[in-house]
Write a protein that binds this ligand. Structure first.
Ligand SMILES: Cc1ncc(COP(=O)(O)O)c(C=O)c1O
Length: 413
């Protein structure tokens, strides 16, 4: 970073400070992760300089031989790890991936059936202030209050009553396995298209630890930076019969020149996802989520659905008489980063929800295992039970000490 240091001290210092924050904090935001040094290098490469509107061997500009090679590699590797018929690796994000599918397949005013935002769904699944809510009618399904789980008979009944044009299975805060086969059955019953948004669980699926949507869904969208541990970006997989429509909607429909440096980084991440080390990493994410959630449960915390099958869980703080936002602020002072979250049937609001969401992809990437999860649970409980500044400062220094034994990047970046 010597060149940056000389050219722009302010940005250099901000990056250094961020590096330090990441190294010294325990990261429990379920949608975050630390990509590898190889992914970072590809993303920080000269491929950012190249305009490559179009697709490999069909570009508008000259000089695309090398970016063509990289995009072909990314596509081949995406198809390989997911076993899909077609892949478009150009979406800039998970949101753009969803936008491309909606715009390619639906007309304005058509109906989407998706998970309620307050039950764990995502903004791009029909939230009124998002493009998806502005262009399409949203119908929702949720979880059962008693179980915290999706009731598939109820989803079927809602689908039959409303005849949606597209059904979405996917969530930002659902701790249980999604039954994609069941969603396919429901979609077929009402003649709807079926989109699986696996933004959160893509890594688990690649490792064979979560039911695979690819055989069932017409479209699978994902972000590439969560459990998949790649660069911040998106990906669309689909059946071959939709390939042309999807490709045309990504470019020239909703995007211009692809971010070739990010596509190069996606290719690297997809190669990493093929390794045995990656599969073991995904197994450990789940073991850590179970260890951390069980430890908190044993300390009297209420978990939505009673636990987790995946990389995240939701804590209902109602019995602790502590709003989610306050827990988030207290824990950040103790060096633990997570987010407030709505819980199903929340009596609070999106800004002042009753819960917190906890995920283990990041702590697992840095090598933490079950003993560290027990320690983190203790610190969370200690901070929440006694949030005075002295106590929080003391926990923060212990957190930093633990973190120093688990360096995120072993090489100097
Ligand atoms: C289920 C789901 N879909 C889509 C997205 C959007 O991804 P991005 O932030 O890359 O636009 C997210 C992000 O959190 C998500 O959780």
């Amino acid at each position: 970073m010597d060149m940056l240091k000389q050219a722009d001290t302010e940005v250099y210092q901000a990056i250094q400070a961020e590096k330090e924050r990441q190294q010294n904090q325990i990261e429990l935001i379920a949608s975050e992760n630390y990509c590898s040094s190889a992914v970072l290098q590809a993303q920080g490469s000269v491929m950012t300089n190249k305009y490559a509107e179009g697709y490999p061997d069909k570009r508008w500009y000259a000089g695309c031989k090398n970016v063509d090679n990289v995009e072909k590699l990314a596509i081949k590797r995406a198809l390989d790890i997911f076993g899909a018929e077609h892949a478009n690796v150009q979406p800039h994000s998970g949101s753009s991936a969803n936008m491309a599918v909606f715009f390619a397949m639906l007309s304005p005013g058509q109906k989407i059936l998706a998970m309620d935002l307050s039950h764990g769904g995502h903004l791009t699944h029909g939230f009124e202030k998002n493009f998806s809510g502005q262009f399409y009618q949203k119908i929702t399904y949720g979880v059962k209050e008693k179980t915290g789980r999706i009731d598939y008979d109820e989803v079927m009944a809602i689908a039959k009553k409303n005849n949606p044009d597209l059904i979405i299975a996917g969530a930002s805060a659902y701790p249980r396995e999604l039954d994609f086969a069941k969603f396919k059955e429901i979609s077929d019953e009402v003649n709807a298209l079926f989109l699986a948004d696996i933004a959160h669980i893509a890594g688990l699926i690649v490792a064979g630890l979560h039911q695979d949507p690819v055989p069932y869904a017409d479209f699978v969208t994902t972000s590439t930076h969560k459990t998949l541990r790649g660069p911040r970006a998106g990906l669309i997989l689909c059946k071959a019969k939709y390939a042309a429509k999807i490709d045309q909607m990504v470019f020239p429909g909703i995007q211009g020149g692809p971010l070739m440096h990010v596509i190069a980084a996606k290719a690297v991440a997809f190669k990493e996802a093929k390794t045995e080390e990656f599969k073991e990493y995904q197994r450990q994410i789940i073991r850590n989520a179970q260890a951390l959630s069980n430890a908190l449960k044993n300390m009297g915390y209420t978990l939505i659905s009673g636990g987790t099958d995946n990389h995240l869980f939701l804590v209902d703080l109602t019995n602790k008489k502590l709003p989610g936002i306050e827990a988030q602020v207290i824990l950040e002072k103790a060096g633990i980063s997570l987010n407030r979250n709505m819980i199903p049937f929340d009596k609070g609001s999106a800004f002042n929800p009753s819960g917190i969401r906890i995920g283990t992809p990041s702590v697992t990437t840095r090598g933490m295992k079950e003993p560290e999860m027990m320690q983190i649970a203790e610190w969370i409980n200690l901070a929440i039970s006694n949030p005075d500044e002295k106590n929080l400062t003391s926990i923060k220094s212990k957190v930093a000490k633990l973190c120093s034994s688990f360096p995120i990047y072993k090489d100097s970046l």
